[in-house]
Design a binder for this molecule. Structure first.
Ligand code: FES
Length: 128
């Protein structure tokens, strides 16, 4: 997870009771789709609800061992770092800083990380 930025406010996304342990809930917020994740052992995570493989929703993905499994093709992402840890995804997802105040789950909408350039791209050629 990216460290919280001092100049970006935390925003309300859900009540702690809105998402069962081990489940996810997609919440539109300020033009983004935030996937709120209630970890099976407690605590909350939040990610941009877009798999880095084919840009599909990860709502309903299984949560296990600190990772989310994309429900479409099975890529695993580390919920601390956003790093893709299994194929077919290779690029990271955005993990938002989260805090819980009372019964409110709050997220900080940091900018998504810059995607690395495709090392196989040929300048001037589309389709890579
Ligand atoms: S869309 Fe997520 S693994 Fe393919």
């Amino acid at each position: 997870m990216t460290a919280p930025a001092a100049d970006i406010p935390f925003r309300f996304v859900a009540k702690t009771t809105d998402v069962e342990p081990g489940r996810t809930k997609c919440v539109p917020l300020e033009g983004r789709n935030v996937l709120v994740i209630h970890m099976p052992n407690g605590g909350f995570k939040a990610i941009e609800n877009q798999c880095s493989h084919e840009k599909k929703s990860m709502e309903g993905g299984r949560i296990r061992a600190g990772k989310i499994v994309c429900p479409h093709h099975g890529a695993n992402f580390d919920l601390e770092t956003g790093k893709a840890v299994s194929a077919p995804a290779v690029l990271p997802i955005t993990v938002y800083p989260v805090k819980v105040e009372g019964e409110d789950v709050l997220v900080q909408l940091i900018e998504p990380p810059k995607k690395p350039k495709n090392p196989f791209a040929i300048p001037g050629v589309q389709g890579f």
